[in-house]
Design a protein around this ligand. Structure first.
Ligand code: Z5A
Length: 208
C-alpha cells in the first residue's frame, strides 16, 4: 500500500480553497486512493470549538498571542486524533489550511516573530510537515469580492486590506523559499482553468 501523503491547500480569503480541495478529493478517489478531507482550524470536536471562538466577531478582543496559541492548540488535537492516525493507516490527508496559514496570518499579518511560530511548529508537530502544498494565489480584492458574495464576514475577513496584503506577501515568500513543496496556482482564472492547473501539478505526485 502507498504510504499516506499529506497535502495542504493554502491562500487568502475566497480564493477557492474549499471548492478546489473537494475537486482534489474526487481526483484521488478516481485513482482509488483512500483520502480524508479536513480543515484548520478544526477537524476534531474540540478543535472546531476553538475555530468558533477564533472566528466569532462578537466576543472580547483576542490578543495576538492568544490567537497564535489557539491555532496551535487546535492543531495539536487535530494532528494527534485525525492527521497522524490517518497517515499511519496509509490514508492520504487533504487539509484546508495548515501551518503555512499561521506563518502568513499570525507571522505576516500580525507581525509575530517567525522564530516563535517555528518553535511552536516543532513542539506541536515534531517532524510532521506537508508533502505538498497548493497555494491558490490571487489579488486580495478578487478573493474578498468572492468571500463577500457569500454574506456576513467573520473576524478575520473583517481585517483591513493592508493586513491581507501582508498575508499574501508572506505566503508568496514561503513559496519562494520552499519551491519543492509549495506550488503556486493562479486562482484568478476560471474554475476550469484553476482545476486544470491543479490536475497537472498533482499528476507527478500521484504516480510517484
Ligand atoms: N487562520 C489563521 O489565521 N491561522 C491559521 O493557522 C489558520 C487559519 C489555520 C478561517 O479559515 C480563518 O482562519 C482564515 C485564516 C485563519 N481567515 N479568514 N478569513 P477559512 O479557511 O475557513 O477561511 P477563508 O479563507 O475565509 O475560506 P473561505 O472564505 O471559505 O474561502 P475559500 O475556501 O478559499 O473559497 P471558496 O469557498 O472555495 O470559494 C469562494 C467563492 O468563490 C465560492 O462562491 C466559489 O464558488 C467561488 N469561486 C471559487 N473559485 C472560483 C473561480 N476560479 N472563479 C470564480 N469563482 C470561484
Amino acid at each position: 500500500m502507498i504510504a499516506g501523503r499529506f497535502i495542504t491547500m493554502e491562500g487568502g480569503e475566497g480564493v477557492g480553497k474549499t471548492t478546489n480541495i473537494t475537486y482534489i478529493q474526487s481526483l484521488l478517489k478516481e485513482q482509488n486512493i483512500q483520502v480524508l478531507l479536513t480543515r484548520e482550524p478544526g477537524g476534531t470536536a474540540l478543535a472546531e470549538s476553538i475555530r468558533q471562538l477564533l472566528l466569532d466577531k462578537e466576543q472580547e478582543a483576542i490578543a495576538e498571542q492568544t490567537e497564535l496559541l489557539m491555532m496551535f492548540a487546535a492543531r495539536a488535537q487535530h494532528i494527534k486524533h485525525v492527521i497522524q492516525p490517518a497517515l499511519e493507516q496509509g490514508i492520504w490527508v487533504l487539509c484546508d489550511r495548515f501551518t503555512d496559514a499561521t506563518y502568513a496570518y499570525q507571522g505576516g499579518g500580525r507581525n509575530i516573530a517567525l522564530s516563535t511560530i517555528q518553535w511552536l511548529e516543532n513542539f506541536v508537530q515534531a517532524d510532521l510537515r506537508p508533502d505538498l502544498t497548493l497555494l491558490l494565489d490571487a489579488p486580495i480584492q478578487l478573493g474578498m469580492q468572492r468571500a463577500q458574495q457569500r454574506g456576513k464576514l467573520d473576524r478575520f475577513e473583517s481585517e483591513k486590506m493592508a493586513f491581507f496584503a501582508k498575508v499574501r506577501e508572506a505566503y508568496l515568500s514561503i513559496a519562494e523559499q520552499q519551491p519543492q513543496r509549495v506550488k503556486i496556482i493562479d486562482a484568478t482564472q476560471s474554475l476550469a482553468c484553476v482545476q486544470n492547473q491543479i490536475k497537472q501539478t498533482l499528476a507527478p505526485f500521484m504516480y510517484e
